[in-house]
Design a protein around this ligand. Structure first.
Ligand code: RAM
Length: 906
């Protein structure tokens, strides 16, 4: 009897857990929570539905499906489904199937389930999932924006302002039986929402940051269970500054965008059992105050909390708010109101400290054992007025004090003032820090390690990849990368989490995002980032280096803004979601025209670049000691090579979108740029100044005429082997093409050498020097501290892509985006004895695990249900291949496999 386990998930959406119930013959499992955290309040009319067939016999393919959607779970049967019954549809598609029912009414919750037919029989109906459709149109929103558009006398809004949290509350009567209640909230910059004294949801630092003059994201919560029927209820909202009130950075040379004082719009929509409906919304009948315990809060300086200012019960019924002010009407933010489709941040992990040492006076140093992003929760007991300060840093100085200079002017300090002698447990709300060490001062009594818990905070997305090898250096690099990438997910990928910067710099992720995709379920985050970039485009076509463009850098170059194209390509390749190309193509086209118009000379050289191969390693550690790494070396070679590459990508995009008419112009320009590039930069067997990056880019982009390829590649090899004595000499740009190009030209062994080096410059060198994340600089241990973060992901380049796509060999097929058909094609590189990787694709887990046993290689692979793997067998002249113990015919180079687990030997 066949066993099936199917689970359904909704694109942009989650499903809650339920029980499984074996059915006759074929068992169907329960719903498992898949994909996004928040299925509520989406504003896409035709959401994409996806499901996963969790198990089945070998080579199982879906042949048909049927989806039911109804307004109540009890109506989920083929004859009753009142929203949509797809009927039995012959199709292998199980991912991104469009809901084709009628557009839902605003504020509607629907339930759905699916059944599949396969070549091995049919499943039972899956368990029930749901989504809800939110407030899509402006007219759907009731009430008005409230806030206080000013600072209060105890606040200071000069250069380093101290602006406290704003608190708002309202009580309302629910006099009938409640059927369903949903809260829609836009709370800027950050909010924490509570109902009847209880926090709603588990998000922190919500909503996701945007350029609020472009778009504002609303969050939706089903609060049916939290509302008191036939009783008085209370709603409370705290507002933090986040990226909205940003005067703290006013002194920046490129003035940072400040959006104003925090503000709020809430709609609580209550459906009563009798069919009537009521909306509780923000108005000047709400009460508010800025005179609460959070006296100051911002990302860079920390949170200042005075417990003496607490007002117990403020968010519950019956609180005396007579001393509070009436909420004031304020201007609404300019941006569009949109449902948030990417995940909010959450406390994702707890970290226990590894040591606590007294360093004199009342000061202690706590070591978390890991450079992490988030905050510290503290348990404390003392006297009224005792003031505990927690100050955060990534490393210590030789004298045991915190090393603060690389944080520049970020004050990174959380302050807590006790109100009485009761034991309390406290953590901040509207800040986060990048740290391994914490200086604790003013702690009453003697602190113990157990009094502190590290809270690691990042976007609520699953880790989907596992990677492990026989080499401990590679494994540690992978761990460091995981911590750095996760910690820097802040509703946008930021460059670093600790100093006074924390900006979503585009260039840092151009290629890294692709490797990250195998590690984290980050599709919605990067889709949101594409939107941030698109909305940051100027009317003339310019794209910024940072998006959302909080820092106003529109410096015009190919590499940073060009990340826009690379992220779109990556998402399309990895997910098959064509909308990422469709939605962004016109903006890309405008930008490329803008750049050509302004910066392309008559010989087709793009003359303008900004950063060059940013942060190349100095020639030696000695030469880099004390040196400023903030040196721009603009390179027309780089900008021109990228223009060429982007013309190629635009042709591909045009093909995907079936806009053939655009292609001739791209091809024409590509040819011209190719000619100009050769005339300008090609010497005899090398490009430009013969630096690694100068040669890597034309090789990687296919710009080197076939007859010259080996010669040019030999230059790269010689630079590494001879000049650099086995090391790389690439910065942010070159490293993005390094590992793959070396491997593509047959020198995976050299790539492995670079990846496992522990001498300068290398990732292993960072580890040798105590790194638990990836540094901003190859010489981060000795460089001048002004630009020297210890938790940047940009120098990973294409390393994580190489881990998954080359060492493990898992990759989406070039012509079949999205893993329905994928490739398994590892490089069984000499020098490694084992690589074990898996990637939880939307169809299920893809696994690749190879190991040397004597001179034999055993390679185990796992192919999910409803997918096909094209397995490439490594070229070997002498050996024969076996598959599950059976010898394969001679000369076999590739083999196609359906779902199941297989073992190759050779
Ligand atoms: C610095 C950061 C960032 C980088 C820019 C060019 O501010 O290191 O990561 O992209 O410079």
């Amino acid at each position: 009897m066949k066993q099936f386990i199917a689970s359904v998930f909704l694109f942009f959406t989650v499903i809650s857990t339920a029980m499984s119930h074996p059915a006759d013959g074929i068992a169907v499992s329960s719903l498992k929570v898949e994909m996004l955290t928040n299925p509520e309040g989406i504003d896409v009319v035709n959401p994409k539905l996806s499901w996963k067939i969790l198990a089945g016999p070998k080579e199982t393919y879906q042949e048909a499906y049927q989806v039911l959607v109804a307004t109540s779970p009890s109506l989920l049967s083929p004859d009753k489904a009142d929203v949509w019954n797809s009927g039995k549809v012959s199709s292998e598609e199980s991912i991104n199937v469009s809901f084709d029912g009628e557009a839902l009414e605003k504020d509607t919750k629907v339930y759905w389930k699916v059944k599949v037919w396969t070549n091995h029989g049919e499943s039972d109906w899956s368990e029930t999932a749901h989504w809800s459709f939110g407030l899509r149109y402006y007219k759907d929103w009731k009430g008005r924006w409230i806030g206080f558009d000013r600072a209060f006398p105890w606040e200071d809004i000069s250069t380093f302002p101290t602006l406290g949290a704003r608190y708002f509350r309202n009580e309302f009567d629910v006099n009938k039986e409640v059927k369903r209640a949903t809260i829609y909230i836009m709370g800027l910059g950050l909010y924490e929402l509570s109902l009847n004294g209880q926090k709603v949801g588990d998000a922190v630092l919500a909503p996701t940051p945007t350029d609020y003059t472009q778009n504002v994201k609303y969050n939706t919560y089903d609060v049916t269970a939290m509302l008191q029927g036939k009783a008085e209820n209370a709603v409370g909202v705290m507002l933090g500054n986040g990226r909205y009130f940003t005067m703290r950075q006013n002194y920046k040379p490129y003035k940072i965008k400040n959006f104003g004082f925090p503000k709020l719009l809430v709609n609580l929509v209550i459906h009563y059992a009798d069919g009537s409906k009521e909306v509780i919304s923000t108005s000047d009948q709400w009460k508010g105050t800025a005179d609460g315990p959070i006296r100051n809060n911002n990302e860079y300086d920390g949170e200042y909390y005075d417990a003496n200012k607490e007002f117990p019960g403020w968010d519950s019924v019956g609180f005396d708010d007579s001393s509070w002010l009436q909420a004031e009407y304020v201007q609404e933010p300019r941006g569009n109101f949109e449902a948030q489709m990417n995940e909010n941040m959450k406390v994702m992990r707890e970290v226990a400290p590894i040591s606590l040492e007294a360093i004199g006076g009342d000061r202690y140093i706590l070591d978390m054992g890991q450079n992490m992003v988030g905050w510290l929760q503290m348990t404390v007991q003392g006297e009224k007025g005792d003031t505990v300060k927690l100050k955060f840093a990534e490393s210590l100085q030789e004298d045991g004090e915190l090393f603060m200079t690389n944080l520049r002017d970020a004050k990174v300090t959380d302050t807590y003032i006790l109100k009485d002698d009761q034991q309390v447990s406290w953590e901040p709300r509207f800040t986060y820090h990048g740290f391994r060490f914490v200086e604790i001062s003013g702690y009453p009594g003697t602190p113990k390690m157990e009094d502190f818990v590290g809270k690691m905070v990042y976007d609520d997305i699953k880790t989907v990849g596992q990677f492990d090898t026989s080499d401990p250096v590679l494994n540690q690099i992978y761990q460091n990368a995981w911590w750095g990438i996760a910690g820097n997910y802040k509703g946008m990928p930021v460059d670093c989490p600790q100093r006074n910067e924390r900006q979503p710099w585009l260039g840092d992720r151009a290629v890294g995002a692709h490797g990250e995709f195998y590690m984290f379920d980050n599709a919605r985050l990067y889709k949101k980032w594409l939107e941030d970039i698109r909305l940051a485009q100027k009317a003339d076509g310019a794209l910024p280096d940072v998006a959302p463009a909080y820092w106003r850098y529109y410096s015009d170059n190919m590499t940073w803004p060009g990340t826009y194209l690379m992220i779109a390509e990556m998402l399309y390749q990895q997910t098959g979601d064509i909308s990422v190309i469709r939605e962004n193509y016109p903006a890309m086209k405008r930008w490329l025209t803008y750049m050509a118009d302004r910066y392309m000379n008559e010989d087709y050289i793009v003359t303008k670049d900004s950063y060059g191969d940013w942060v190349v390693p100095p020639p030696s550690i000695e030469a880099g000691t004390g040196q400023n790494a903030d040196v721009k070396r603009p390179s027309a070679l780089i900008s021109t090579a990228y223009y060429y590459h982007f013309m190629e990508m635009m042709s591909e995009f045009a093909t995907i979108l079936d806009q053939q008419e655009d292609i001739p112009a791209y091809q024409h320009l590509k040819e011209k740029v190719h000619g100009g590039f050769k005339r300008e930069f090609y010497q005899d067997g090398f490009y430009g100044d013969n630096k690694m990056t100068d040669n890597l880019l034309p090789l990687a982009f296919g710009m080197v005429p076939e007859g010259d390829r080996e010669r040019v590649f030999d230059q790269v090899v010689e630079t590494i082997e001879v000049k650099n004595r086995g090391h790389l000499s690439t910065g942010l740009i070159g490293t993005q093409w390094l590992m793959r190009t070396l491997s593509d030209f047959g020198r995976a062994d050299l790539a492995l050498k670079l990846a496992t080096n522990t001498t300068f410059p290398s990732w292993g060198y960072m580890i040798e020097n105590g790194a638990t994340t990836i540094w901003e600089l190859w010489h981060g241990n000795v460089a001048k501290p002004t630009m020297n973060s210890q938790n940047h992901t940009m120098l990973l380049g294409d390393l994580t892509v190489w881990f998954y796509e080359y060492l493990a060999g898992i990759k989406a097929g070039k012509d079949s985006p999205g893993f329905k058909t994928f490739e398994l094609d590892p490089v069984f590189v000499e020098g490694l004895d084992r690589v074990k990787a898996s990637f939880d694709s939307p169809y299920g887990t893809i696994g690749s695990h190879w190991e040397r046993k004597g001179d034999q290689v055993i390679w185990k692979v796992q192919v999910p249900v409803n997918t096909t793997a094209r397995v490439m067998l490594p070229p070997t002249a002498t050996k024969e291949f076996t598959l599950n113990g059976e010898t394969l015919p001679k000369g076999e180079v590739s083999i196609t496999l359906g779902s199941g687990e297989y073992e190759f030997g050779f």
